[in-house]
Design a protein around this ligand. Structure first.
Ligand SMILES: Nc1ncnc2c1ncn2[C@@H]1O[C@H](COP(=O)(O)OP(=O)(O)O)[C@@H](O)[C@H]1O
Ligand SMILES: [Mg+2]
Length: 469
């Protein structure tokens, strides 16, 4: 019997059991199944007066099309048409089970415990079956929560943001489902203390009920501090992916760089969305923009937005709201005490040392074949470069080789690319340091030679620069 038949029968059983057993909810369905049956909300109020956010409506009907979408089996009826307990309605394309007990025995006979544990609906149904040793609670824990599905996130956004405000909102916030994040913690080379902090926060998330019970609430607000390109954003995203949490990203420069009449309201909504999406990660990038605004005579609407933001941060908590807040800044020196004290853990993202650079090179070249590759030597030659710089070096080497019609790289290519990078770096140095074009005018510290502690000088040049505008 083919795997396709097992897949299709599993789907038929799942839809049938779910339709009958009202105690099951969305989190008892696998993401692949949920996705097929999700109907988006209207945004209008329903009979009970609440806005409808969309959801899964019973009964779940198994048709050739829904089966194909959920299981990936191209010709579902061909796969199960021979089985005695299946039937098809030619007209509607509905496939059904004529004798469910027979289907259950057939399935329990062939499916492993492992397989059923991936399907909470069936794990519950088969908990007492003699052929299987499965546990409903365990299966639910293994199953990805609905909050992590793209369809759920979209439904929520539709409910919260009407069309006129959508454009502003999209500039301000980006929301990613964990399945849309393509970096994992394994792809990142982290320092020991970074790893410790991540372990700590993972434990805090896992045991948040206990933390709530003992009254420990001041936890779950991290600030990532370090120069651009050192992996702050990537680490936050990788956390989201590895912990199956939706990733909500707010770029603070969007709040302060342009006038948005609705900004304060949008900040409010963003936090509200984060709370509704919870458990999730709320990532606030460019946190230093806040401090900048507080110091200057910006527009009153912006001040209001920033105050709203700070208040919102105070009012959100990992323990009460299941929202892990991560702030990031390239300019720690620009944060005032009011901003610092809102975070309970500071995680330092330094420029990588030689060993880390060597490890990063290994990671980013892991799918490539490089002749005479010696990452240690490249690491020695790239003092002061960040992970992001090393990626650029590699890209340069690859493109350069392609212009010579080569797909095979050599150590020499990499060394040439390093040299090339340093030259370019000298030209657009300031730009690379903080992405702030004003800084180009400042004529700050351009020498790339002395790398350790170099960032501090840049930051001073930057701060200084603003008084010249
Ligand atoms: N320590 C690291 N290990 C692996 N890759 C890194 C590291 N630091 C940076 N990178 C890579 O450099 C790029 C930019 O990193 P990013 O997270 O955007 O930095 P930041 O947010 O600190 O500016 C990403 O592609 C990331 O994978
Ligand atoms: Mg970043």
């Amino acid at each position: 019997m083919s795997d396709a038949a097992l897949d299709v029968v599993e789907f038929l059983l799942t839809t049938s059991v779910y339709s009958d057993d009202r105690s099951l909810d969305e989190n008892d369905l696998q993401p692949s199944v949920r996705q097929v049956f999700w109907t988006s909300g209207t945004g209008d109020a329903d009979e009970q007066g609440g806005a409808r956010q969309g959801g899964i409506t019973r009964p779940l009907s198994a048709t050739n099309q829904t089966i194909r979408e959920a299981t990936g089996v191209e010709a579902p009826w061909n796969a199960v048409g021979d089985l005695m307990f299946t039937d098809r309605d030619e007209f509607s394309g509905t496939v059904s089970l004529t004798q469910r007990d027979m289907a259950e025995d057939w399935f329990a006979d062939r499916a492993s415990d492992e397989r059923v544990l991936e399907n909470p609906t069936l794990a519950k149904h088969f908990e007492d079956h003699e052929d299987l040793d499965v546990d409903h609670e365990e299966a639910r824990e293994r199953n990805r929560p609905i909050q992590a599905d793209r369809v759920w996130i979209d439904g929520l956004l539709e409910e919260y943001f009407d069309e006129e405000e959508d454009d502003d909102m999209l500039d301000l916030v980006e929301i990613r489902a964990p399945e849309e994040v393509d970096i994992t913690l394994d792809d990142l080379v982290l320092t020991e203390s970074q790893e410790d902090e991540i372990d700590k926060i993972a434990k805090a998330i896992e045991h948040r009920d206990y933390l709530a019970n003992i009254g420990l609430r001041e936890i779950g607000k991290l600030l990532f501090v370090g120069p651009p390109g050192t992996g702050k954003t990537s680490t936050a995203q990788a956390l989201a992916r590895d912990m199956d949490l939706p990733f909500v990203e707010v770029k603070l420069s969007m709040i302060t760089s342009q006038y948005l009449g609705e900004t304060a309201k949008n900040v409010d909504k963003t936090f509200e969305v984060a709370k509704r999406l919870s458990p999730c990660i709320l990532f606030i990038d460019e946190f230093d923009s806040v401090a900048k605004t507080r110091r200057s005579d910006e527009h009153a609407a912006l001040k209001r937005a920033v105050n709203t933001l700070l208040k919102s941060i105070d009012n959100i908590s990992l323990i009460q709201d299941d929202v892990l807040l991560i702030g990031a800044t390239n300019h720690p020196d620009q944060l005032d005490a009011a901003a610092w004290r809102r975070f309970d853990e500071i995680v330092n993202f330094p420029k990588p040392d030689s060993r880390m650079r060597s490890d990063i090179l290994q990671v980013i070249t892991s799918t490539m074949d490089i002749e005479e590759f010696d990452p240690g030597v490249i690491a020695e030659a790239t003092e002061g470069l960040t992970g992001s710089d090393l990626r650029m070096v590699l890209r340069e080497a690859v493109l350069e080789a392609l212009t010579e019609n080569r797909r095979e790289l050599t150590q020499g290519d990499l060394l040439n690319a390093v040299e090339e990078f340093e030259e370019r770096d000298n030209l657009k140095n300031m730009d690379m340091i903080d992405g702030d074009h004003d800084a180009l005018v400042a004529g700050g510290d351009i020498g790339g030679g002395d790398s350790s502690g170099g960032e501090d000088d840049h930051d001073h040049a930057h701060t200084h620069d603003h008084s010249h505008d």
